[in-house]
Write a protein that binds this ligand. Structure first.
Ligand code: CP
Length: 337
């Protein structure tokens, strides 16, 4: 695809070569994301960051990625701080904010809303999550993480064995990830969820058409024994009619160290898009996994900055100029990466 000036709305717009390209640029961003170097390549550029649903990682890592490239961020958080609360349409909001920004990232609770916004925008728009539909940048960082983690185990994305666990009906990250996996060969996908929260049929069908083996189960322990990746998800309680309905499923699947030791292969990598629900009664990924070296959830979150820097560099066509505007850092950076 041509990245320059493009919206990033759905995983369906990518081909495998595009993913390779994004990952190459993400690798190149490591010294900048890891505070070894700074670049001012986007000096003067403005990111419009519009989050109409709660977010920690997506909002802050998109903002950090833009800052790390030298650009500025203008945020709108929540409907109540936007003129949408006074009845302004997405069309008008898009026309106005695209006059103030060079690129916009948006999260919205309604499926299709970010695409509707992008149609009216005069600048590229990135989907930061639209309802239960898609979260394409999360899928990119998830796959980037899987690739990096598997490299240590001598495995690749082709022939991947992955289990997705939890709320597969409303979890937009797993929808986008499954679509992304259709670009690879011979993937074995185990979908573990309550019957009522199964992966949408059309996404299962897309994976089968791609030649993947797809198994659906409502049992976790017996289904995670032979996978490279165990990818846990939270019950998306904000998508249910009531909290009581969500509570029927919270805590149904709890991966902890004892279950991991008993049922998983020794090098199974544990992932989660986060936030994990650490409240009593949920705990889909127990805190007793925190010292397990195969728990990749925080490396996964760190990788979000690399991948999002890559998307900005490609969309704004500065991929080849990052070094030209780079210098060493002046401050103490520690050893957190
Ligand atoms: N993974 C993810 O989308 O996290 P946030 O909701 O914190 O952005």
């Amino acid at each position: 695809m041509k990245f320059t000036g493009s919206h990033i709305l759905s995983i369906g717009q990518f081909e495998r070569a595009d993913i390779d390209h994004i990952f190459r640029v993400a690798d190149f961003m490591a010294p900048f994301a890891h505070r070894k170097r700074v670049t001012r390549v986007l000096d003067g550029a403005i990111l419009g960051s519009m989050f109409f649903e709660p977010s920690t990682r997506t909002r802050v890592s998109f903002g950090s990625a833009f800052n790390l490239l030298g650009g500025d961020v203008r945020e709108t958080i929540g409907f109540e701080s936007s003129a949408i609360a006074k009845g302004e349409s997405l069309y008008d909001t898009a026309r106005v904010l695209s006059g103030y920004s060079d690129v916009i990232v948006m999260r919205h609770p309604q499926e299709g809303s970010v695409s509707e916004f992008a149609e009216a925008s005069r600048v590229p728009v990135i989907n930061g999550g639209d309802g239960a539909n898609e979260h394409p940048s999360q899928a990119l960082l998830d796959l980037y993480t899987i690739k990096k983690e598997l490299r240590h185990h001598g495995r690749e994305l082709d022939n991947l064995r992955i289990a997705l666990i939890g709320d597969l009906k409303y979890g937009r990250t797993v929808h986008s990830l499954c679509k992304l996996l259709t670009l690879y060969k011979n993937v074995s996908v185990t979908l573990i969820s309550p019957q009522e929260l199964q992966m949408p049929g059309e996404i299962v069908e897309q994976m089968r058409v791609a030649g993947h083996t797809v198994v659906e189960s409502d049992l976790m322990e017996g289904s995670i024994g032979h996978v490279d990746i165990a990818y846990s998800t939270r019950i998306q309680e904000e998508r249910f009619a009531t909290k009581d309905e969500a509570n029927l499923y919270r805590g149904r699947y709890r991966l902890n160290q004892a279950i991991y030791t008993r049922f998983c292969e020794p090098n199974t990598v544990i992932m989660h898009p986060l936030p994990r629900d650490s409240r009593e009664g949920a705990n889909e990924l127990d805190n007793d996994l925190n010292d397990n070296p195969n728990l990749a959830i925080f490396r996964q979150a760190d990788n979000g900055v690399l991948v999002r820097m890559a998307l900005f560099a490609l969309i704004l066509d500065v991929e080849d100029q990052v070094d030209k505007y780079a210098s060493d850092v002046n401050w103490y950076t520690g050893s957190r990466f």
